[in-house]
Design a protein around this ligand. Structure first.
Ligand code: PLP
Length: 366
């Protein structure tokens, strides 16, 4: 079936491959895995994902509610800062409340006294390729780093959350970080019931030593007598979706440029934020084009790629890795047509799940 473009196309078979790895890690490590909704919240896939995970974690009240309503399992409620207007509803929907600071814990802890309460701890060490996404960057507001201040609230918390990794594909680097957590926080780790080690471990990457990661997590869990949680986002959905676009025009201004019916800022915003290029496959052949978007932004460029055939008006260009941190960030910049959402089922059939139109654009502002 030929769906109109642009659309995000999620592939159930690719998702199943990642989910099988999540299952392997859970079984071998004893760790519970919660989907980080800030990375991926396309809830029409949750029926497939939820049986392979233990629940969700969140960064806002809306994500807490979505996790509770559409995913099920355990709902961890975390936010960098809860407001007075949000806290009661968050507590009502949550299975655990995780506070980012001691001042938030002191302000709202009583409201969550019937739930397990966690504190985000910042050990001051991290693994991230980007300063923008580095929780241990100087003067970071993400979690409490002072061991004496943590000591003072130990009677109020049953767990810690430490999220210190971003796209970490090295078990050695992760294990070295755990060593540092143990060194800095060991006596406190032994006094809590659960520790969430956050997201950012790229364990579905081909060749990642999952069994060795599981053994390391199990050793950590046994050493301190804690239930370990992981909060994977990107690694669950990496390489499971494409952004399908159609060429609208081809111009040559020193380079051959194919303009597609999409826009980087609107539909793949992270590429701009992290100054990265999109990807196509196979990206080989004698015909080289800049693939550019149709917004008025001068730098609306997905990347420069090689194609086996010349591109013409009407050619399809499929941009890879469009699930994590992509669909959650789509926006109406330039009023560009919002990509529809389609799913390629396990049997190969493509189903259109959701289309967006002028009414959605109008209702997104007033
Ligand atoms: C972003 C985030 C995650 C998910 O990270 P991924 O890199 O997508 O795995 C998990 N937990 C917390 C607290 C986060 O901020």
């Amino acid at each position: 079936m030929d769906l109109p473009t642009p659309h995000y196309l999620i592939d159930e078979t690719a998702l199943a491959r990642n989910l099988a790895l999540v299952d392997r890690l859970r079984a071998a490590s004893g760790a519970k895995c919660l989907l980080a909704l800030k990375c991926f919240a396309t809830w029409s896939t949750f029926a497939q994902i939820a049986p392979h995970m233990d629940g969700t974690t969140s960064s806002s009240l809306n994500e807490v509610k979505l996790g509770r309503e559409k995913f099920g399992g355990e709902t961890h409620a975390y936010s960098v800062a809860w407001s007075d207007a949000e806290i009661d509803e968050a507590v009502a929907q949550a299975d655990k409340m995780i506070f980012n600071s001691i001042s938030q814990l002191e302000r709202f802890g009583d409201k969550a006294a019937h739930l397990p309460i966690g504190l985000r701890v910042n050990p001051g060490v991290s693994h991230s390729h980007f300063d923008l996404a580095d929780p241990a960057r100087p003067f970071s507001r993400l979690g409490e780093g002072n061991v004496e201040r943590i000591e003072a609230v130990m009677d109020r918390v049953s767990g810690f959350m430490l999220h210190c990794n971003c796209e970490n594909d090295s078990l050695e680097a992760f294990s070295a970080l755990l060593d540092q957590f143990e060194e800095k926080l060991g006596s406190h780790l032994a006094r809590v019931d659960w520790v969430s080690l956050g997201g950012g471990i790229h364990f579905t990457k081909p060749g990642y030593p999952i069994e060795a990661l599981a053994a390391r997590l199990r050793a950590f869990s046994e050493k301190f007598g804690v239930q370990v949680y992981l909060e994977p986002g990107d690694t669950v959905v990496t390489e499971t979706a494409t952004l399908e676009t159609t060429v609208l025009d081809v111009v040559d201004n020193g380079k051959a440029i194919a303009i597609v019916d999409s826009a980087v800022e609107a539909h793949m915003l992270d590429l701009l934020i992290y100054r990265q290029s999109a990807a196509v496959a196979p990206d080989s052949g004698p015909h080289r084009y800049v693939i550019a978007g149709k917004s008025c932004l001068a730098g609306d460029i997905f990347g420069e790629f090689d194609f086996p055939e010349p591109l013409r008006v009407g050619s399809r260009v499929s941009l890879l890795n469009a699930a994590g941190y992509t669909m959650v960030k789509k926006n109406w910049f330039n009023g560009v047509q919002m990509p529809a959402i389609a799913i390629r089922r396990l049997n190969g059939q493509v189903e259109l799940i959701r289309e967006f139109g002028y009414a959605d654009y109008v209702s997104s502002l007033s």
